[in-house]
Write a protein that binds this ligand. Structure first.
Ligand code: NAP
Length: 488
């Protein structure tokens, strides 16, 4: 698919009250291709006044939207699901251009991201309450579910579509209106999505999209605006902590999908080939730039060598290059800051005694005109004193640590402030139960390297956040429960 056609299909403006409009003063910000460093397009750079206009539109649309028929809301989502799916090639190219990951990864995200619309199109018509007789028989107790109200959604750059649809889908299904702020590095997919939702029949004002480079200045007043009822954020734990504090003023409903430091535990009885396949998925999905990425490979000492050798073989065979090129499996990282962070973590691990099994050196990418690339890397003999033990890597680096008994493996997995997801490989059923019960995470993958599934509740504990996206739980984040006591 032609790169220019794909970019030209995007409205590079703010989407407010169903209209495309320029930012105050005509300000723009540039969106760059991380694989070449060149500018793809200029998009509107919103001011605080533009942000306020977006919230005005969401507030104005709320009452009518809350009263709309659930089936109608479901049909809009279903239509949008079909439209996204039909445009997989176009959207994948757009995503690869703004974010860098290979087209195969972008296509996988389109399928995953669209699925939230199909899932929540089916959930829209299942919102219900309860009815019961009070224990003393004198009154009747009713509970009903109502939309929370206008929501603010802040999303990161690593999954430009899915981190949005995971919030927009349930909000539409529940009858909430919203202001969405995509990451300034990757706003194009979200702008294209807004266009598709409009074409799918979403009423004006239900969804508003604001792109800005003045993130704090534009978001702060919205979070403190008493008309806002919910803040849902996906991003780093540091920013999440600030936003939790800010949302205390309005006592907002808050959902936080934050950072991870996922352990990938391989027990001595595991099927090692299956564990290596799972490791490749858990590590290399999205070039390692995923909150669910396996960050620490904790492998029983009796199988560590075999696991390391087989993982190294697969990692070393991966093709690095521009994400739009055929056969490329590992694209650039999102920018050189991210690449430097990954390189520094590896250098620190090596300084503390780690052995490089493959990778570990910046490739020569002068042909692309940018230095955002980092090769698939496997490290062994990694010390727990190295920073890489505690820091989220967000890149294609697999550090291997060893343990000698089951409890030590579980304790090492839990030795982190984060608690998003853990993976474990073992063939012993009793051990499986001990392991998933003992892991302090919101999600566990047993003998599988991917847990993300629109039909399941995604989310973390500890510093990885609170709230769940997807599954039956996902829509609850956008609903309030009201109780009515009815005297006879
Ligand atoms: P980030 O720096 O926290 O940014 C995330 C979003 O927050 C962006 O839209 C960013 O805007 C915005 N933001 C930054 N400062 C803000 C402020 N003061 N007020 C309001 N919004 C603000 O995170 P990132 O580097 O983009 O994403 C990587 C992180 O996200 C990783 O830690 C990863 O684990 C986490 N993540 C978690 C999940 C999950 O489901 N748990 C999923 C994906 C990613 P701008 O960048 O445009 O300024």
């Amino acid at each position: 698919m032609n790169e220019k056609t794909v970019i030209d299909a995007v409205h590079p403006q703010l989407f407010i009250a169903g209209q495309w409009r320029d930012a105050e003063g005509g300000r723009t910000l540039s969106v760059d291709d991380p694989s070449t460093g060149s500018t793809l397009v200029q998009v509107a750079d919103a001011s605080a006044a533009d942000g306020a206009a977006a919230l005005d539109a969401a507030v104005a649309a709320q009452a009518e939207w809350a009263a709309s028929a659930p089936r109608d809301r479901g049909e809009i989502l279903r239509t949008a699901f079909e439209m996204i799916t039909e445009r997989t090639d176009e959207l994948a190219m757009l995503m690869t251009l703004e974010m860098g990951k290979p087209l195969s990864e972008s296509k996988a995200e389109i399928a995953y991201g669209a699925e939230f619309f199909r899932w929540f199109s089916e959930e829209a018509v299942r919102i219900s309450g309860r009815y019961s007789m009070a224990p003393n028989g004198k009154t009747r107790l009713l509970t009903l579910k109502q939309p929370v109200g206008p929501c603010l959604m802040i999303t990161p750059w690593n999954f430009p579509l899915a981190m949005g649809t995971r919030k927009i889908g349930p909000a539409i299904a529940a009858g909430c209106t919203m202001v969405v702020k995509p990451a300034q590095q990757t706003p194009l997919t979200m702008l294209r999505l807004a266009d598709l939702l409009k074409q799918a029949g979403l009423p004006d004002g239900v969804l508003n999209v604001v792109t800005t480079s003045s993130t704090g200045e534009v978001m702060g007043p919205l979070i403190e605006d008493p008309r806002l009822r919910k803040l849902t954020f996906t991003g780093s734990t540091g920013v999440g902590r600030k936003l939790i504090e800010q949302s205390a003023a309005g006592v907002l409903r808050v959902s936080m999908e934050l950072g991870g430091n996922a352990p990938f535990v391989v027990f001595d009885d595991a099927d090692i080939d299956a564990a290596v396949d799972g490791a490749m998925l858990a590590k290399m999905r999205n070039v390692g730039e995923a909150c669910t990425a396996a960050n620490r490979f904790i492998v029983h000492e009796s199988v560590a060598e075999e696991f390391g050798t087989k993982l190294t073989e697969k990692m070393a065979a991966m093709t690095v290059g521009r994400g739009t090129d055929d056969g490329v499996q590992v694209g650039p990282l999102v920018d050189s800051t991210q690449r430097d962070k990954v390189a520094d973590l590896v250098a620190d691990a090596i300084a503390q005694g780690a052995t490089v099994l493959t990778g570990g050196e910046r490739p020569d990418t002068s042909q692309y005109g940018t230095d955002t690339y980092y090769p698939p890397t496997v490290l062994t003999n990694v010390s727990k004193d190295a920073e890489i033990w505690t820091e989220e890597i967000f890149g294609p680096v697999a550090p291997i640590y060893t343990f000698s008994d089951e409890q030590e493996g579980i304790d090492m997995a839990n030795d982190t402030e984060f608690g998003l997801v853990a993976y474990a490989f073992t063939r012993d059923h009793a051990r499986v139960v001990r392991v998933y019960e003992g892991l302090q995470t919101g999600m566990v993958g047993i003998n599988q390297g991917v847990v993300s599934n629109p039909a399941a509740p995604f989310g973390g504990v500890k510093a990885s956040g609170f709230g769940r996206e997807g599954g039956a739980e996902g829509i609850e984040e956008y609903l309030e429960t009201k109780y009515v006591g009815l005297a006879l």
